[in-house]
Each structure stands twice: as structure tokens, then as C-alpha cells.
Design a protein around this ligand. Structure first.
Ligand code: PEP
Length: 254
């Protein structure tokens, strides 16, 4: 069975609660498309108003991060139960900005992934190489290592529900999109790695996104690649362009 595409916006640290409501009002008619899963990953404080604003639409609300403990003295953190109680289904784990600015490691990513599954949340697990690593020719080795650690102790049944976002760090927020060939090559390598870990059945089911300066004009070719099952979109997810990205098959390109 063909994998359903999943197109997720990562709002990062943008939008106040009231701005959230008006952005969702603007975007909701534009992102209608039942052929793909549409997710808006929003800042924690925006989750409740976003959930309310998206009621009755095809928009799923996701979180941008989550802690790996249940509860307690972890000032400023958000627990899995808090997300579940708010109605969240998806949570981004290990975005490169979290790794770079908030000291997240492959090990903490793995703990968060396990905790997300324990609570029935679907993790969108981010991986990606730096420009230096790409130039050194170690992209695939690096990504395979990130994937293997992220999936430690994750069962096959859980793994097939996971979403992986391949996001070359040099392409995030820079306007530099990986070529479709580069993106497809790494997404294929990720699927092969999942196949080695869990078998071909799981590899065929897991959804792998590309992220990094995806735009209305680059989305159609990227999402047509055999191993790219949608995108994780930063900047363009805050604009009406996101509607064109979600409707990449039919939207009129400018
Ligand atoms: C991201 O935040 O995950 C991302 C890919 O950002 P952008 O689309 O702006 O490069």
C-alpha cells in the first residue's frame, strides 16, 4: 500500500496565541487536502488555541519538543501527558536547532522517542548532516548513526508508525534546498537502514520527510521522489505558501 504523505509545518519560536488563531483561520481553507496528513507543529503555549482553531478541519496540531521524564522538578519543560491531554498526536524530536542551541544529543533524542511512543505520540524524528560533514563525504554514515541511536529499543511495531525528517542542516532556513537527487539519496539510505534494523516490511511503511527550505516551487519535485513521503517545512509554513505545498500536486506554481 502506498504511504500517505505527511506535510508538517514547524513554526519554531513564532506566533503568539492570538496570532496563532488568525494564522490558522487564514490557512485552514488553503491546506484542505485529505490525500495527505497535515500537521502544524506550534510553540507549546499555542497548542491549546491552535487545537481550538483547527477543530473540525483536517489540520493536526503537533508540538515542537517534549521532555523524556513523566513529571516533576524540570522547570520549563513539557511532559508527554501534557501533550496527550491537550490532544496532540505528533511531536518533533531532535530538531537540529534543539541539538545546536539546547544541547540535545542522539541519546536524549532516543529517550524522547521512547517516551513519546510510551504515551501514544508519533515522533517526527529529525536527522541531518552539517555542510562540513557533507563536504567530507560522511553524510550517509552520520545519518545512519543518528538513526540507529534514535531507534535503540524501539520495537518494529513502533518504528513503522514513526516519521523521520531528513533535514540537511545547511539547507534549514538558508534558502538552499538540497537537490532532489541529494534528498532522495539520503531518504533511500534512511529507509535501507530501517530495513536492516527491522526488516523490509517496516522499511516500506515508515514515512520519511525532507526538510530544508521547502517552498511551493520545490515541493512537487521533492515529494515525487520514491522515498520522500512529504516535508517538514519551517519558514514557508507561516505563509499562504503552505497551502500550495500541501496541495503540491494541483497548486498552480508561480
Ligand atoms: C525546519 O525548521 O525544520 C525547516 C526545514 O525550516 P526551513 O523550511 O525554514 O528551512
Amino acid at each position: 500500500m502506498a504511504r500517505k504523505k505527511i506535510i508538517a509545518g514547524n513554526w519554531k519560536m513564532n506566533m503568539t496565541p492570538s496570532e496563532t488563531v488568525s494564522l490558522i483561520e487564514t490557512l485552514k481553507p488553503l491546506v484542505k487536502n485529505d490525500e495527505v496528513d497535515v500537521v502544524f507543529c506550534v510553540p507549546a503555549i499555542d497548542i491549546i488555541p491552535a487545537m481550538e482553531a483547527a477543530k473540525g478541519t483536517n489540520i493536526n496540531i503537533g508540538a515542537e519538543n517534549m521532555y523524556f521524564e513523566e513529571k516533576g522538578a524540570f522547570t520549563g519543560e513539557i511532559s508527554p501527558d501534557m501533550l496527550v491531554d491537550a490532544g496532540v498526536k505528533y511531536v518533533i524530536i531532535g530538531h537540529s536547532e534543539r541539538r545546536e542551541y539546547f544541547a540535545e544529543t542522539d541519546e536524549t533524542v532516543n529517550r524522547k522517542v521512547l517516551k513519546a511512543f510510551e504515551h501514544g505520540l508519533t515522533p517526527i524524528i529529525c536527522c541531518g548532516e552539517s555542510l562540513t560533514q557533507r563536504e567530507q563525504g560522511i553524510t550517509i554514515d552520520w545519518i545512519r548513526q543518528q538513526i540507529k541511536i534514535a531507534f535503540l529499543n524501539v520495537s518494529a511495531a513502533q518504528a513503522e508508525e514513526a516519521v523521520i525528517a531528513y533535514e540537511p542542516i545547511w539547507a534549514i532556513g538558508t534558502g538552499k534546498v538540497a537537490t532532489t537527487g541529494q534528498a532522495q539519496e539520503v531518504c533511500r539510505a534512511i529507509r535501507d537502514c530501517i530495513g536492516e534494523l527491522y526488516g523490509a516490511g517496516t522499511a516500506e511503511k515508515i514515512r520519511i520527510q525532507y526538510g530544508g527550505s521547502v517552498s511551493a516551487s520545490s515541493a512537487p519535485e521533492l515529494f515525487a521522489q520514491p522515498d520522500i513521503d512529504g516535508g517538514l517545512v519551517g519558514g514557508a509554513s507561516l505563509k499562504p505558501d503552505f497551502g500550495q505545498i500541501v496541495n503540491y500536486k494541483t497548486a498552480k506554481q508561480q
